[in-house]
Design a protein around this ligand. Structure first.
Ligand code: NDP
Length: 281
């Protein structure tokens, strides 16, 4: 049976380290504050935003909350971002995605000052990541790297397969693994012989958004399996992209859903907020 990688415990470790750093910064008179913008009343977004605010409170940084109506105009969102870009008491700006369809997400992401882009989605942050320069790294993939490292799983030289190529998970994930000297394959919906490709992986990262798609026939015996997916199954129960019950007996380590990658995303957002001081002050 596989070792269960406990994202809750590891995220707590990260948050406790950050809490200490925040105390040290406070002693030097430095305060950190995150501004969170939520548009509309998507219940999943509301849960994510609440967890992020709770995280800020836990490590001792401030959070400002902007809950905008679902019919707010794009101009209003952009003008709020401009205002926050200019505020010295705001270190990080987060716009909870997805946004309603009448608002252009790319435009909103680009409006955020890269120095406050704690989600790491701004083209400048992504570019810096690609060419190995300092900058904010997308939280979920950064969290996966921490899960692996803090579980004592070596990445260097390993065959890693990232299933999914989105801008917020798959692509930055593959670049981070490359930075750790893995041999990386990115698979997606047009990949041929998918099981053959994923079956080569020493470390398989599933970020497809398909409930329990990954069964044991996609997985090499003894592989490490990281499940990024957050989905609802046929009974409306939270589940990942991996069929945990089926895969756990054949792999060496696996993340559960919930309690795996999810808590790390929040921890790495908080990490980016604290890091903003070193990066840009
Ligand atoms: P997207 O829908 O943006 O991307 C999904 C990717 O999976 C695409 O690249 C797509 O390929 C690929 N894909 C879809 N179906 C298949 C298939 N049958 N075979 C092979 N590849 C396939 O999703 P995200 O990256 O935003 O999110 C992925 C999952 O991770 C979701 O469940 C999401 O909820 C979760 N998530 C979890 C987070 C966390 O904190 N734990 C944070 C962010 C996301 P193609 O490009 O060819 O269409």
């Amino acid at each position: 049976m596989a070792a269960i990688i406990d994202g809750k415990a590891i995220s707590l470790q990260v948050k406790d380290e950050l809490k200490k750093k925040v105390e040290e910064l406070k002693e030097k008179g430095i305060q950190i504050q995150l501004a969170v913008i939520q548009v509309g009343d998507n219940p999943a977004s509301a849960v994510y935003v609440r967890n992020k605010k709770k995280g800020c409170e836990y490590i001792g940084i401030g959070s400002l909350s902007y809950e905008l109506a679902g019919d707010v105009t794009e101009e209003e969102v952009l003008s709020l971002i401009q205002e926050l870009n200019g505020r010295e008491d705001v270190n990080g700006i987060l716009v909870q995605l997805p946004l309603p369809s009448h608002i252009d997400e790319d435009k909103v992401i680009k409006a955020i000052d890269p120095k406050k882009d704690v989600d790491g989605f701004h083209p400048e942050s992504v570019g810096a990541l690609c060419i190995g320069q300092p900058g904010f790294v997308s939280c979920t993939p950064a969290g996966v790297i921490q899960l692996l490292k803090r579980s004592g799983i070596e990445i260097e030289g390993k065959e890693c397969v990232v299933l999914g190529r989105s801008n917020i998970v798959g692509k930055p994930m593959s670049i981070l693994l490359l930075r750790e000297n893995a041999t990386v394959t990115i698979a997606h919906s047009r990949t041929k012989n998918l099981k053959e490709v994923t079956g080569r992986a020493d470390i398989l990262i599933a970020a497809v958004g398909r409930p329990k798609m990954i069964t044991r026939d996609y997985v090499k015996e003894g592989a490490v399996v990281i499940d990024v997916g957050i989905n609802r199954d046929e009974n409306n129960k939270l589940c990942g992209d991996v069929d945990f019950e089926d895969v756990a007996p054949v792999c060496s380590a696996i993340t559960p859903v919930p309690g795996g990658v999810g808590p790390m995303t929040v921890a790495m957002l908080l990490y980016n907020c604290v890091e903003s001081i070193g990066l840009y002050s």
